[in-house]
Design a protein around this ligand. Structure first.
Ligand SMILES: CC/C=C\C/C=C\C/C=C\C/C=C\CCCCC(=O)SCCNC(=O)CCNC(=O)[C@H](O)C(C)(C)COP(=O)(O)OP(=O)(O)OC[C@H]1O[C@@H](n2cnc3c(N)ncnc32)[C@H](O)[C@@H]1OP(=O)(O)O
Ligand SMILES: Cc1cc2nc3c(=O)[nH]c(=O)nc-3n(C[C@H](O)[C@H](O)[C@H](O)COP(=O)(O)OP(=O)(O)OC[C@H]3O[C@@H](n4cnc5c(N)ncnc54)[C@H](O)[C@@H]3O)c2cc1C
Length: 560
């Protein structure tokens, strides 16, 4: 994040100076924004950067304990530099949060520079690989940096100490977070597909119950409950891959527009990256845990690969923006869009469907049979009606409050659900668009169409309350969707293993004895057990000190 921050907020000159050093690992940088007392609320950060016109320097300082930088990855032990976000103060005025390049450690012996106190913040969730990341703590005691180490693409301070705001939106300060959020969506798809690959392959080889007159037991993958839990996760892995590809296109397009000072899609980029990051990471974290349960007891072994995957993945719901905070950002933009509908201003991009407000507020879903739910037009309209009606309901309720802001906070739980509905519509829309494209490979398109329908109808079934409460569906239509879902599972079943093999993960990358490509699980589980250090001795350490005396004592007592 050190590099994207300099690329997005540094001048050409600053990029020329600092990026080659970072690319060649002549310096190692981190992104030091979050503090002990503030993470979500960036504008509440307390670290100060006070301009000293006498020396043409900024004085970086941590005025309070809560201003200590806390969490930045790489900060504790590895980084020599940081992009530090601090309150810019010049001529006695606080101009809010800006980025500054600050050297933290000597390039000679890696010792902290004068005025810099830093270290690691300690162990994190479980024994997961995230403990290999030195998330750190950092405090400054009046550390001086040259004025040209303020990142000056978005705003400047002159030699005399005058603050100059460039003619660019101040939200570009948040650009690095937008970049990482869009990459986190692709990351969610990768993590989810790994978990699903393990669970599908293991479910195909695991047999339990159901043997007739001594015949083989039943593959657990054939149980309808296993399919109803697992196949929506398989469909989600594909859904998040396709929406992540689209989001990367959107991000690239917005970045190109910024180059020519076209800020028209900045809000769309913020809403989509924030909302998709929130929805895909929450779903993926829950799905990895579900995949562990789908593998029964063996899923709880570290050798299954699932506990580690879960422990390393779950902070994605928090870092790069707490998911609730990000969804409330989406909700704010939805409310703004709804308020503009009466002005005749046509919504664009992923909000365009809201322009059909007259139709969508009174449309009646035309589904009459279970098969009708295979029509993408019916799915699309149902999801649009649900999302729009939830947003309009929130706007009407907020409008009844005496104060807009108060109304927003009062209704924030409902706004959260409206934001999720909007984001799920985007995911469904992009999946439908994907399967409408020419897709190579014999039968591949049909399989993706099945998964698209599984993702949409499962999501509809899971959130049926929204669809019924907004009148977007009738209970009968909801039941038909569930009926069609069961038929789709039967169609996915024959190709389930092929659909996870398609992720093309090596056994090494998957890191799971349950997810082995050859399915030879039991010998692998048994072999893995003997690698446990506890098995280096046949008689366990502690026998003579603790177990033997206890056993002997009990034996004596039993003879009395
Ligand atoms: C380098 C890695 C690359 C790839 C990695 C690959 C895969 C990724 C996998 C793992 C990642 C690895 C490790 C994890 C690293 C994690 C690092 C971090 O966690 S960095 C710190 C992250 N912190 C946050 O996300 C903070 C969240 N808070 C905020 O973003 C803001 O405080 C806020 C919540 C948006 C509030 O902003 P503000 O206080 O300014 O107030 P408003 O809500 O009123 O907003 C004002 C105005 O601005 C608009 N806006 C807000 N944000 C943005 C934005 N990002 N872009 C554009 N516009 C924005 C907002 O809509 C308002 O607009 P208005 O209504 O005025 O029109
Ligand atoms: C593994 C990991 C790596 C990280 N790496 C970095 C890094 O490299 N650089 C960096 O700068 N930071 C990093 N962070 C910090 C991370 O970005 C923050 O923790 C994150 O942004 C959440 O902010 P917070 O901790 O202040 O949460 P808080 O906002 O304190 O969240 C606590 C609760 O308050 C709720 N809440 C907060 N505000 C509102 C609101 N307005 N309305 C409703 N509910 C609200 C949240 O939903 C949550 O339930 C990392 C964190 C982790 C866990």
């Amino acid at each position: 994040m050190f590099v994207p921050a300099i690329k997005g907020q540094g001048t050409e000159e600053q990029q020329k100076k600092w990026l080659p050093l970072a690319y060649k690992f002549q310096i190692i940088g981190c992104y030091a924004q979050t503090e002990l007392g503030h993470g979500s609320n960036v504008q509440g950060l307390e670290t100060t950067a006070t301009f000293d016109p006498m020396t043409d320097e900024f004085v970086i300082h941590s005025p309070t304990l809560t201003s200590s930088k806390w969490w930045p990855g790489g900060l504790g032990k590895a980084s020599t530099h940081a992009v530090v976000y601090a309150r810019l103060i010049t001529e006695g005025k606080d101009y809010g949060i800006h980025g500054f390049i600050v050297q933290l450690r000597s390039l000679e012996d890696h010792s902290p520079l004068p005025g810099v106190t830093l270290g690691d913040i300690g162990g994190k969730f479980g024994s997961g690989a995230y403990n290999s990341m030195d998330n750190g703590v950092l405090r400054f005691d009046h550390v001086r940096i040259p004025r040209d180490q303020m990142l000056m693409r978005l705003s400047q301070v002159t030699r005399e100490g005058k603050y100059v705001q460039s003619d660019v939106p101040k939200q570009l300060l948040y650009g690095t977070m937008v970049y990482v959020r869009q990459s986190i969506v692709a990351d969610a798809s990768k993590a989810l597909s790994r978990a699903v690959c393990i669970a599908v392959r293991y479910s195909a080889i695991r047999k339990q119950f159901g043997s007739q007159d001594g015949g083989p037991e039943t593959q657990v993958l054939n149980y309808r409950t296993q399919q109803s839990r697992l196949f929506p996760l398989l469909a989600s892995a594909y859904a998040f891959r396709f929406v992540g590809d689209w989001l990367n296109w959107l991000y690239t397009d917005v970045t190109q527009k910024l180059e020519v000072k076209d800020y028209s899609t900045l809000q769309e980029a913020h809403a989509c990256t924030a909302g998709l990051k929130a929805v895909t990471t929450s779903a993926t974290a829950d799905a990895i845990e579900e995949c562990r349960k789908l593998c029964g007891g063996h899923g709880y072994l570290n050798s299954s690969g699932l506990p580690e995957l879960f422990a390393v993945y779950v902070p994605a719901c928090t870092y790069e923006g707490d998911n609730v905070v990000l969804l409330l950002q989406v909700a704010r933009i939805l409310m703004k869009t709804v308020s503009q509908l009466t002005s005749g201003k046509q919504p664009v991009g992923t909000m365009a469907y809201m322009g059909k407000v007259q139709h969508l507020m009174q449309s009646k879903c035309a589904v009459k049979t279970a098969e009708d739910w295979l029509n993408p037009a019916f799915i699309q309209e149902a999801f649009e009606a649900r999302a729009l009606r939830m947003a309009v309901n929130c706007a009407q309720n907020i409008g009844q409050a005496s104060n807009q802001e108060e109304g927003f906070y009062e209704r924030s739980p409902d706004l959260l659900e409206a934001a999720v509905a909007h984001i799920q519509l985007i995911i469904v829309t992009k999946f439908i668009e994907k399967v409408h494209q020419d897709i190579p490979g014999h039968g591949v398109k049909e399989q993706l169409q099945n998964l698209c329908n599984v993702y949409a109808l499962y999501t509809l079934h899971k959130h049926l309350g929204d669809f019924l409460a907004t009148g977007s569906l009738t209970p009968k239509q909801g039941a038909l969707a569930n009926e069609q879902l069961g038929k789709l599972y039967a169609q996915v079943r024959p190709n389930a293993v092929a659909l996870v093999d398609a992720f093309n993960y090596t056994d090494h990358y998957l890191g799971s004895v349950l997810g082995r490509y050859d399915g030879n699980v039991y010998p692998a589980l048994y072999e893995e057990a003997w690698k446990d250090p506890l098995n280096e001795t046949v008689v366990p350490e502690g026998y003579h000190e603790y177990l033997r005396p206890l056993l002997k004592q009990q034996l004596k007592l039993s003879r009395l």
